[in-house]
Design a protein around this ligand. Structure first.
Ligand SMILES: Nc1ncnc2c1ncn2[C@@H]1O[C@H](COP(=O)(O)OP(=O)(O)OP(=O)(O)O)[C@@H](O)[C@H]1O
Length: 255
């Protein structure tokens, strides 16, 4: 299933946030959204997920969701959003219980997503026993359990230290390489964008509009740490964003 954002514009009251965004999210690809603070990245993600509706434009779901898809659109947040009193397994089974899936069928799904996220040995652990990186892996496992058509990822690694971020990027690449998933991935971090994005969408300062869409053909599995080709693309992205990021940073905050 592909998603198309078709001529999306949005204002909150007097504040124009997004202007005429048209964008395709093709099945099996990771599309990164980057842009200066406040340019409307998270707002666009909420529209894609149907949590809010834009003032103008349409979100189209094209084609059918994958087989056994329980939830076509699933979020992964920066703060993991795990229930502290439930074990790793319990956090994952919750989303299955919501769909009436219990017993052997639930066990099989949980075993599969725990294995894919390398968490099989931690099924009984509570979130408080886990590092930030492990917690985010649980959140990813939980999202995979519903076999979504599209994962909507809002700064999923930004709460993690830089080493853990590197490890999680590797994990996401391995996960995608084994079974390609579709994602819209919002990030401030241009390194994440060039490591994980098949397509990087650069938004302008508010009202966010598309400045450029950068396609990166290099296979995810061949994108390494300190890769000079990726560094060149990252520099290009930063050149596009630098002045606007500075202007956004210096903007006065409405108290
Ligand atoms: N519910 C809301 N009501 C009013 N204004 C909002 C609301 N949500 C977001 N905004 C405003 O819309 C603009 C875009 O916000 P959004 O969080 O989408 O930007 P962003 O690009 O994700 O920002 P950041 O990179 O800082 O996370 C901001 O000016 C924000 O203050």
């Amino acid at each position: 299933m592909d998603i198309r954002l078709d001529a999306i514009s949005h204002s909150y009251g007097e504040t124009e946030v997004l202007r005429d965004i048209t964008l395709d999210i093709p099945s099996g690809k990771i599309v990164c959204l980057v842009g200066p603070s406040g340019c409307g990245k998270s707002t666009l993600l909420r529209f894609a997920g149907g949590l809010e509706r834009p003032t103008a434009g349409r979100i189209l779901q094209l084609g059918t969701p994958p087989q056994n898809c329980l939830n076509p659109l699933t979020y992964i947040f920066q703060d993991f959003a795990l229930l502290p009193w439930r074990s790793v397994r319990g956090n994952i089974s919750l989303v299955l219980e919501d769909h009436g899936i219990r017993g052997a069928r639930a066990d099989a799904i949980i075993a599969d997503v725990l294995a894919r996220t390398k968490l099989s040995d931690f099924a009984k652990a509570l979130p408080k026993q886990l590092s930030g990186g492990m917690k985010q892996r649980v959140a990813i496992a939980r999202a995979l359990a519903v076999n979504p058509a599209v994962m909507l990822m809002d700064e999923p690694l930004s709460a993690l230290d830089s080493q853990t971020r590197e490890l999680l990027m590797d994990d996401l690449v391995t996960l995608w390489t084994r079974t390609p998933f579709t994602a819209v991935y919002v990030t401030h971090n241009l390194n994440e964008a060039v490591r994980l994005g098949h397509r990087v969408v650069v938004l302008s300062r508010r009202p966010g509009s598309i400045r450029e869409i950068v396609e990166i053909d290099k296979p995810l599995s061949e994108r390494g740490y300190a890769d000079s080709e990726l560094e060149t693309i990252q520099k290009h992205l930063w050149d596009l964003m630098r002045e606007e990021a500075r202007a956004a940073d210096e903007e006065l905050i409405d108290a």
